[in-house]
Structure formats: C-alpha cells, structure tokens
Design a protein around this ligand. Structure first.
Ligand code: 5GP
Ligand code: MG
Ligand code: MG
Length: 197
C-alpha cells in the first residue's frame, strides 16, 4: 500500500499486465492500419508513459506528437477541459490515432473530437490503455481498449493524484474507507469457522 497526500492506494495492475495490453494494442493497430504511416497523438500529461511504451512496441514506421489538455481536479473529472497546447502540425489526409491513458466520463474525448473536426484527417481512431465503462457518458466509439476497470480512482503509470504518482511503473487503486461491516467478522470464539453440529 502507498500513501499520496491524504489518500491510501493499493496495488491494482502490474507493469507486466500493462506491457501485455500495450503489446496487444500495438499489434491490433498495426494490422488494421496496414502500410500507412499513422500519426499517434498523445494527450498530455497523463499519456506520456503510454505513448513512450506503446510506440516502442509499434512494429512499423509512425509519427508521434502531443496535445495538452487538462480536466481533472483532485480525484474528480470536470467538464471544463482546458486546451493548453493545441495541434502544431497539419494532419490533413493522415490517419490519426489518439493515445489516451484513461477514458472516464469521455469529456476529454469530446474535446479531442472538437479539435479534430476541422482537420480533414483521413481517419480518427481512439486508443486508450484504461477504460471505465461505468463512468463513460458519451457515444464516441473507442476503437482500441487495453484494460477495462471499475469506476474507482487509480494512480500510477502516468496518472496522478494532485501531481503525485505519475512516476509509478504500475497502477494503484484508491483504498476506500473501511466500513463497519468489515468489523462484524469478529464474533465470539469459534463463530464463522464452519463448526456446524
Ligand atoms: P474524462 O475526461 O474521460 O472524464 O477523463 C479523462 C482524463 O481524466 C484522463 O486523461 C486522466 O487525466 C483523468 N482521469 C480519469 N480517470 C482517472 C483516474 O482514475 N485517475 C487519475 N489519476 N486520473 C484520471
Ligand atoms: Mg489522459
Ligand atoms: Mg490528473
């Protein structure tokens, strides 16, 4: 277990599981795209580790660039997405693959679609390492998903809690406060041990 600021986090997804998921995604994307040279667009800050590890597994020539958006405050997603660094190159006619660390509500993804609407790209594909289906509120298709996770806050592998945790090579899940129900397990001596008549 680790502590960042005021919260505790428990190990959730190992570096090896992440590696496997990225390898699968790289193979799938490469075989879908064929011989075309795609442009991978990472969404900073969270996706820097995903992009770095993913492109090392991509078996064919590709280009890599970044845009920088921000939506999260503490442990909650907000609808107010700030565009901090936009597109700096002409992507018309290109096959663009967005590389996201995680898709939660989909608000950030909606902003990505707004950004690319007028770019005349040939195709826009969405790839994300993590996806929270219970939290997703949009209809945009997610073309490549690494690992589906429950709607709980995670840190590590690029994802932060108020600035901390991005450097962790694996992923941790927030530890929610213990409920009273956990305590009822302690009954009188012998209780709950299966000693039936
Ligand atoms: P969305 O806009 O889909 O709600 O959230 C997208 C962004 O919010 C992600 O790129 C990421 O930066 C942040 N985010 C969403 N879920 C989590 C989470 O569980 N942990 C952390 N640390 N950031 C998250
Ligand atoms: Mg992100
Ligand atoms: Mg964040």
């Amino acid at each position: 277990m680790i502590k960042l600021h005021d919260k505790y986090f428990k190990p959730f997804i190992s570096a090896a599981q992440i590696d496997d998921a990225l390898a699968r995604m790289a193979d799938e994307i490469a075989s879908d795209i064929g011989d075309e040279v795609p442009v991978f667009v990472g969404i900073l800050n969270g996706s820097f580790m995903v992009v770095s590890d993913f492109v090392k597994k991509y078996p064919k020539p590709c280009e890599v660039t970044f845009i920088k958006l921000a939506s999260y405050e503490g442990v909650k997603s907000t609808e107010d997405i700030q565009r901090l660094i936009g597109l700096t190159q002409d992507l018309s006619g290109r096959t663009v693959v967005i590389l996201e660390d995680i898709i939660d509500t989909g608000n950030t993804l909606a902003e990505v679609h707004r950004i690319f609407k007028n770019e005349n790209v040939k195709a826009l594909k969405i790839a994300t390492l993590f996806y929270k289906p219970e939290a997703y509120k949009k209809d945009f298709k997610l073309h490549y998903v690494g690992i589906e996770i429950p709607n709980k806050f995670i840190v590590g592998y690029g994802l932060d809690y108020d600035g901390l945790g991005r450097n962790l090579p694996e992923v941790y899940q927030i530890k929610e406060t213990q409920h009273m129900t956990n305590l009822v397990l302690f009954g009188p001596p012998g209780a709950g041990k299966g000693t039936q008549a």
